[in-house]
Ligand binder design. Structure first.
Ligand code: CP
Length: 310
């Protein structure tokens, strides 16, 4: 443990639940000699408003304009987790909560998962680098998996972004075109691939996608094409339970490593055999959250850095 951040403080704002993110940030801060304060707006701290110019007649008692500036007087870093509201993708894509903090805070702001999950993508990249001598040119499959609820696209977006940055040949495997990710992230992934020498393709063919894969990364997400109409989407999603990652599919690969950001429903997203396989990186990837976030906090706090969001 190196007390690189002795005497520093970080506010961790959780609008949604967490096991890994909360624990790894709190313990990471402790390892660095810093102190972390966890706030849960709407529970243990005041509910907040984020719309500019609104009359605050609802349940919110304070606006991000004050909350971000007050926390900036107490803390050296602010970190925010706020998932989409799952009603209107156009609104969720604006990432209003994170952007509100980034706009009004005077200290760096870390994204702990909103519409992307950059800390997860760093931990994922580290796990892959630890297991594979060279990542460029390797076949990377991000596979959609079934889940009984529509989930956030954040990890899937981040997976495409990091794998294309690393020059991998990326396949986005999803049931049909309604599950393709937002054009903003598809386009950014395409640009990354162009720069890194990698590729990105979309496939709806399970066997073709798994064939000769070096990495299989699993995630479930709700259809953006049916966003907010979740009863209709459920009827579509329920047809695709066979997207589970199992031994038969993994046998088509080039002895691929498997990973998932966790939490993951066993025998729904991936079978016990895959989750517990020697090729499974799920626990290492989770451990890496601690290492990469310590590096991130030290980098953002250790030198004068203007307020920004990652
Ligand atoms: N992967 C991840 O962010 O886990 P938590 O939701 O438990 O923080």
């Amino acid at each position: 443990m190196q007390p690189l951040l002795e005497g520093k403080t970080i506010a961790l704002l959780f609008f949604n639940p967490s096991l890994r993110t909360r624990t790894s940030f709190e313990i990471g801060a402790f390892h660095l000699g810093a102190h972390a304060v966890v706030l849960e707006p709407g529970k243990s701290s005041w509910e907040m408003a984020f719309t500019e110019g609104e009359a605050m007649t609802g349940d919110a008692e304070e606006h991000v304009r004050e909350a971000a500036r007050v926390l900036s007087r107490y803390c050296d870093l602010i970190a925010v987790r706020c998932f989409p509201k799952f009603q209107d993708w156009g609104v969720d894509l604006e990432d209003r909560v994170l952007q509100g903090f980034a706009r009004h805070a005077t200290v760096p702001v870390i994204n702990m998962e909103t519409i992307v999950h950059p800390c997860q993508e760093l931990a994922h990249a580290l796990a892959l680098q630890d297991h594979m001598s060279e990542l460029a040119g390797k076949k990377y499959v991000l596979t959609w998996t079934y889940h009984p609820k529509p989930l956030n696209t954040a990890v899937a977006n981040s997976s495409l972004l990091i794998a294309t940055k690393l020059g991998m040949d990326v396949t986005l495997l999803c049931p049909d075109e309604r599950y393709i990710l937002d054009p903003v992230f598809m386009s950014d992934a395409q640009k990354n691939a162009h720069t890194s020498g990698g590729t990105i393709t979309v496939s709806h063919d399970i066997e073709h996608a798994y064939k000769d894969a070096d990495v299989v990364y699993a995630k479930s997400w709700g259809s953006l094409a049916m966003y907010g109409d979740w009863e209709s989407e459920r009827a579509v999603r329920d047809q695709y339970k066979h997207f589970i990652v199992d031994e038969q599919k993994m046998s088509l690969t080039n002895d691929a490593v498997f990973s998932h950001c966790l939490p993951a429903r066993r025998n729904v997203k991936a079978t016990d055999a895959v989750m517990d396989s020697p090729k499974s990186l799920i626990i290492e990837e989770a451990e890496n959250r601690l290492h990469v976030q310590k590096a991130l906090m030290a980098a953002l706090c250790g030198a004068h850095t203007p307020a920004t969001a990652i």
